[in-house]
Design a protein around this ligand. Sequence first.
Ligand code: FAD
Ligand code: SF4
Length: 398
Amino acid sequence: MTSIHSHNKAKALKPGSRRPAKELCSECGLCDTYYIHYVKEACAFLNQQIAELETIAHGKSRNLDDENDCYFGVHQEMIAAQKKAPIEGAQWTGIVSTIACEMLEKGLVEGVVCVQNTKEDRFQPMPVIARTSDEVLAAKVNKPTLSPNLSILEQIEQSNLKRLLVIGVGCQIQALRAVEKELGLEKLYVLGTPCVDNVTREGLQKFLETTSQSPDTVVHYEFMQDFRVHFKHEDGSIEKVPFFGLKTNKLKDVFAPSCMSCFDYVNSLADLVVGYMGAEFGWQWIMVRNDKGKEMLALVEDQIKTKPVISQGNRKQAVQQSIPAYDKGVTLPMWAAKLMGVVIERVGPKGLEYARFSIDSHFTRNYLYVKRHHPEKLENHVPDYAKKIVSQYQLPDQ
Ligand code: FAD
Ligand code: SF4
């Protein structure tokens, strides 16, 4: 077990806000702690090691010859689910918060790492270790900004916690897995969400102001499976903006460079993943990666309805066409964007095929980004599964 004293050397290395990944830093929080000592091995943007960490977390790495494994990572089971009694104000139906509450109440864990918001700003993330269900529920709903979740790592040792649940996105979980054995925990559970196109708080403001008609009243938003961004406003109204009508020329620099170079959309290293993009519209998508994930899902089985995941349509043409359109920052007139949204919703990819559409579109874009901005990183930073996915498409030369 690691003691606080064994980190003394690391403490000496903690120079305030040093970020070795520089502009690629996703502000995961590791470098705010004395665990910065491990940053060269642990940082998702300095040392891509997903296959090795999959083997440690799940007992095996993904099989690239199996399409579902290649796209979604190691898993035992995938289902679509909804809470029978949704949590008011959660991002979807609140399956993440419910699992976390059950784990605390049943005594499986003593604390839950999750993200509340500051009093002043509903979108400013504030990572905490929740000790009660009320504290977990205060963290419901996405804070759609880079969040320094791992900045609480020092508190784990200081408060002598031994059983912990961490909720987080891929880059946070990669760094967490890399330092897991240093944390002195008896048991660590990891509940992940997929994540893509995240932004700084300033970037979020620009996105809201560029895309929504009422940026100040947005309480949450999601890039939905019906090819529209749904903004929920304070008065409960929903504003829908078609993806194809987004002002991509203005938004091109909004997404954080870390997210433009990320290939862990599906949170490969979590025990259980809860998202939406592999499920039909209105449903959450659950992926059980290992036995710990199965144990976590079992806790809420009586509170959710489930159905099998489906896969319909063919994404390939739409992805290929979107590559040069995104690259050149083309924005369609709103009437054309709406029409295209309606057509593609009727005949376009659904269920797992929609998830593949989204993964393909982001991986091809991100591959080009790394190739152009960090060519020296391309070979090691892009995992083999992502290279295989990208190789299905023709990319512009430069
Ligand atoms: P809730 O019960 O509302 O709980 C939400 C949990 O998210 C809370 O526990 C909170 O601690 C945590 N959280 C909030 N903000 C952050 C943050 N910034 N970083 C880390 N953890 C956070 N799913 C997809 O299928 N496709 C996507 O493209 C996708 N993009 C996402 C992008 C971001 C930035 C985030 C945070 C999530 C994304 N998700 C995506 C997951 C999805 O939006 C829902 O979070 C998930 O389905 C859980 O819904 P819920 O109602 O069960 O969550
Ligand atoms: Fe440090 Fe995390 Fe930034 Fe990497 S992503 S430099 S580990 S804070």
